[in-house]
Design a binder for this molecule. Structure first.
Ligand code: HEM
Ligand SMILES: *[C@@H]1O[C@H](CO)[C@@H](O)[C@H](O)[C@H]1NC(C)=O
Ligand SMILES: *[C@@H]1O[C@H](CO)[C@@H](O)[C@H](O)[C@H]1NC(C)=O
Ligand SMILES: *[C@@H]1O[C@H](CO)[C@@H](O)[C@H](O)[C@H]1NC(C)=O
Ligand SMILES: *[C@@H]1O[C@H](CO)[C@@H](O)[C@H](O)[C@H]1NC(C)=O
Length: 323
């Protein structure tokens, strides 16, 4: 009887919504946290260079769906369809095992302290820093969600066919500006995409059996060879000409009509976004500055829902607790 109120109190404290985020959130409770994350990311990159790009993408797919709460990392359960199989994620998101390794190392050093949501934010920053991009201080203190929504992820995350004006509308719902949209799209400076994501561009852009006229003819020949009509659509190509280096080559490629995805190339063909593409293609420092600003804003998105520090990023701590 008398235990009940204090048990409820403990539950309420451990499941509180995150407070304001701040730099050095773990400086007392897990001072090695950031070094541990970077170390695992460095090893992952040595083992498989693309993996750091794949992990970096998690920040976008996590934060746009109910805030940065690691809902993305939850596996399906009999009673909950997770986000991993949502439209934009299925057969596409990868390298979840790198986050598992980071979590394991952190649980060894400071059990129960560092959230999976913060791991995504630190690891995304590290992916950029390790591939030659800017390095910056991240704000931490996020908590991990108790649930996930496949339906919301499928409804929210943009397809590779999306044009710049739709992307502007989508990003504005998160208070992200046109500059944020263009700078954040510059994360496609690293990583790869599947033929599946560009078949329509190459062979049926507007339903007329023709390719996207914005593709440079030489580049289109390259893409046609990578992704012929009968290709295994899981085959991948580089998102820019220097896909292991975080640099402004992505924007130079867009200016030259050599963007990989329709959503990339449209940033140059649409006047609302073109000036930023031109600016970033000419000035890498401007790109890096705007990119860091965009990542910080993206990382601030929060659901306000109760959360916890998961022990295993793939599962909530206690499936049975009914709050
Ligand atoms: C602006 C709207 C965006 C669209 C439409 C978009 C779409 C895509 C698509 C279709 C792929 C390839 C998927 C596949 O073929 O399997 C991809 C890859 C990627 N995206 Fe985006 N994306 C966008 C913004 C972002 C943002 C904001 C970030 C990060 C902050 C990001 C990071 C990445 C990375 C790093 C990859 C490569 C992943 C890998 O190699 O595994 N994207 N994106
Ligand atoms: C952009 O895409 C939206 C949604 O598909 C469409 O309604 C709109 O007409 C397109 N805008 C332009 C200028 O092509
Ligand atoms: C965007 O900004 C407005 C006004 O400051 C705020 O009310 C709203 O909650 C913000 N939206 C998001 C998704 O952060
Ligand atoms: C191209 O798209 C149109 C409209 O969606 C469709 O009717 C047609 O069958 C497609 N053609 C090919 C070759 O896929
Ligand atoms: C890609 O591979 C997955 C499993 O590895 C398969 O289920 C899927 O159908 C393939 N996708 C395409 C577009 O071929």
């Amino acid at each position: 009887m008398s235990l009940l109120p204090s048990l409820l109190f403990v539950l309420m404290v451990t499941m509180a919504a995150a407070g304001p985020l701040c730099p050095g959130f773990y400086s007392q409770t897990c001072p090695q946290a950031e070094a541990i994350v970077r170390d695992v990311m460095r090893k992952a990159m040595a083992t498989e260079p693309r993996s750091v790009a794949s992990v970096m993408r998690f920040q976008f797919h996590d934060c746009f769906v109910n805030g940065c709460d690691a809902s993305l990392l939850l596996d399906d359960t009999p009673s909950m369809l997770g986000e991993k199989l949502a439209l934009s994620n299925i057969n596409s998101l990868r390298s979840f095992e790198v986050v598992d390794e980071i979590k394991e190392a952190l649980e060894k050093a400071c059990p129960g302290v560092v959230s999976c949501a913060d791991i995504i934010i630190m690891a995304a920053r590290d992916a950029v820093a390790l591939t030659g991009g800017p390095d910056w201080e991240v704000r931490l203190g996020r908590r991990d969600s108790l649930t996930a929504s496949q339906e919301q992820s499928s409804n929210i995350m943009p397809s590779p066919r999306t044009n710049a004006s739709s992307l502007i509308d989508l990003f504005s719902k998160y208070n992200l500006s046109v500059q944020d949209l263009v700078a954040l799209s510059g994360s496609h400076s690293i990583g790869e995409a599947r033929c599946f994501s560009i078949m329509f561009r190459l062979y049926n852009q507007s339903g007329l059996g023709k390719p996207d006229p914005a593709i440079d003819p030489g580049f289109r020949a390259t893409l046609d060879k990578l992704c012929p009509l009968d290709v295994d659509q899981n085959v991948t190509g580089a998102l820019d000409a220097t896909s292991r280096l975080f640099d402004n080559q992505y924007f130079k490629d867009l200016v030259a009509g050599r963007g990989f995805l329709n959503s990339d190339q449209t940033l140059f063909t649409f006047p609302q976004t073109r000036e930023y593409v031109t600016l970033f293609s000419n000035d890498e420092n401007e790109f890096f500055k705007a990119f860091v600003e965009g990542m910080l804003k993206l990382g601030e998105l929060q659901s306000g829902q109760p959360g916890e520090i998961r022990t295993n990023c793939r599962k909530v701590n206690s499936q049975a607790v009914d709050v």
